[in-house]
Write a protein that binds this ligand. Structure first.
Ligand code: FAD
Ligand code: SF4
Length: 503
């Protein structure tokens, strides 16, 4: 009997998605991959993201050789028909989005195998969440449970080093007077003929008016194959992990990557498995090659945050994407949609928007405290903000965007995911970066020509949601601070006068 074909989505590209030892399909099952043009037609993606995904899919097909039928089609349905004809017995690993899961379940003869690329099976999370009281469905509790269950950074039953959380060692501002961290650079790819072919195709599609992209497609910056992803992981663990912890939250204009791993795109394409990433980091600590605060910080990001976000996506349900607790409805302004960094005067926002325009990536603090905070303070529609992040980031997928943007960044779920809205005045950005020095605005000024849009925007946001936020014990003091502002009225007038003009 011939084995049933196994269908690989474009974010299921590592060996664990086709290997029966990892609960994959039958041994050497033929593989089907579908490059569906409709995906790119539906949304205006960053061109570097389209390039990366297509390059990674085509590299994977080249590796699989005769084993794969690689089809270019308008839709997945049409592609499957082209590849399989009338035959419809096939397997597929649990897709990463709700619409894709519904689609594969709607097809006759398709067996959906368990999800891969995450540490915790969905049913185990459901059991954990089910026995947890609502207020304690928090990342920290989940993270400790994952570490214990997977014996990660543990000494017997206790956390390695005697403490679960080394965040207090990992909140350093950038080193004073330095434009860059003193650390080896990240792994960099060399493009090949597959990248050239992808670039030609994207040029043609754009020229034909078939699809339209945003952002610049410079040299590819992220791994497109398993071998490249392993090289990037090795370089990070050997040369960069040591400094990961202390400067995790810091920003430097001339050094956007600092000591971050740049591994999210590889993890989300399925080229790396999270377990191998955290195990290698732990080994570096046990071998004396990296300090515990950096290793714990990295393990927390992957075994904690990434895993937590994946499970919340399913746990919160489909209507989570419509949540809008703060009733924000302002459309995204044109300069933001177009990544027009040159139209922006605020140095932090202009710098970060340029990073997104040029690379489709920036680290978590610019995403949260510069881009997301601007959207929150200006009351932009959270669903449109989610769509923007999804389209513009190389590592953006439905599952990772909904909790991170709707919950963490826009507080649109009213506090189901986080205990308070994440936004701040310019003082935070000033403390954690070198961005304010050359800026035309001053982080301490709320009104007037040099008023910082983050400082003014913060107070305007608190004022707008005063009633809702006064009841939040983590925000109550900040809300009380409004009463001490003598220039609140002037500040509100000035912020509303700006409207959707770039700050
Ligand atoms: P590092 O700082 O080196 O962290 C290591 C790894 O931890 C990352 O590679 C990533 O896999 C994981 N991780 C850490 N935090 C998260 C998180 N909150 N959610 C999921 N994984 C996490 N991450 C994405 O992978 N895709 C996204 O589309 C995405 N959108 C975000 C949007 C907003 C508004 C915010 C606040 C965060 C978002 N993140 C997203 C999380 C985080 O910003 C990125 O994972 C990280 O910046 C990627 O860079 P890195 O690989 O160098 O990460
Ligand atoms: Fe950003 Fe305000 Fe600092 Fe300028 S002063 S860089 S706008 S935080």
């Amino acid at each position: 009997m011939t084995s049933r074909p196994h269908w690989l989505f474009g974010d299921q590209l590592g060996p664990h998605f086709v290997d029966p030892r990892h609960g994959g399909p039958d041994v050497q099952a033929p593989v089907v991959m579908v490059e569906a043009r409709s995906v790119f037609r539906r949304r205006r993606f960053h061109r570097a993201k389209a390039h990366l995904v297509l390059s990674a899919m085509r590299h994977r097909a080249a590796e699989l050789g005769d084993r794969v039928t690689y089809v270019r089609a308008e839709t997945y349905r049409e592609g499957l028909e082209k590849a399989l004809g009338k035959r419809r017995e096939l397997t597929v690993c649990h897709p990463t989005s709700r619409p894709a899961l519904e689609f594969v379940r709607s097809l006759d003869g398709v067996e959906v195998l368990p999800a891969k690329g995450f540490l915790v099976p969905r049913k185990d999370f459901a059991a954990w969440a089910g026995r947890t009281e609502k207020p304690t469905l928090r990342m920290e509790n989940f993270y400790r449970w994952v570490r214990t269950g997977h014996d990660l950074l543990m000494d017997g039953e206790n956390p390695a080093g005697g403490t679960w959380n080394l965040d207090h060692d990992n909140r350093e501002p950038p080193p004073r007077g330095r434009e860059r961290l003193d650390v080896e650079g990240p792994w960099e790819p060399r493009e090949d003929e597959i990248d050239e072919e992808v670039r030609r195709d994207l040029d043609r599609w754009e020229k034909d008016g078939d699809v339209s992209f945003v952002g610049r497609d410079g040299p590819r910056r992220f791994p497109a194959t398993r071998r490249q992803a392993l090289a990037a992981l090795r370089r990070f663990v050997e040369y960069r992990l040591t400094d990961f912890g202390p400067y995790e939250d810091a920003m430097l204009a001339a050094d956007p990557v600092m000591s971050h791993s740049l591994l999210s795109a590889s993890l989300n394409l399925g080229l790396l498995d999270p377990l191998e990433c955290v195990e290698r980091a732990e080994k570096a600590w046990r071998d004396g090659d990296a300090p515990l605060n950096s290793v714990e910080g990295f393990v927390r990001q992957i075994a904690g945050w990434r895993e937590y976000v994946w499970h919340l996506y399913w746990h919160f349900g489909e209507d989570y994407r419509e949540r809008n607790a703060l009733k924000h409805t302002t459309p995204l302004p044109e300069w933001f949609l177009e990544l027009d960094a040159d139209a922006v005067t605020a140095n932090c926002l202009s710098t970060v928007l340029a990073q997104v325009r040029d690379t489709g990536w920036t680290h978590h603090i610019p995403r949260l405290m510069v881009l997301g905070s601007r959207a929150l303070q200006d009351g932009w529609d959270p669903a449109a903000v989610t769509d923007w992040f999804h389209r513009c980031f190389v590592d953006g997928y439905d599952w990772v965007m909904l909790p991170n943007v709707v919950g963490m960044s826009q507080y649109a779920d009213g506090g189901r995911m986080t205990t308070k809205p994440y936004t701040s005045g310019g003082a935070y950005i000033n403390r954690m970066s070198d961005l304010c020095g050359p800026c035309a605005y001053r982080p301490t000024e709320r009104t007037g020509e040099r008023a910082c849009p983050y400082t003014a925007g913060y107070w305007a946001f608190l004022h707008r949601h005063r009633t809702a936020l006064a009841g939040n014990h983590r925000m109550a003091r900040a809300v009380q601070g409004l009463d001490r502002l003598k220039d609140l009225e002037e500040l509100l007038k000035e912020t509303s006068r700006r409207g959707d003009a770039a700050p």
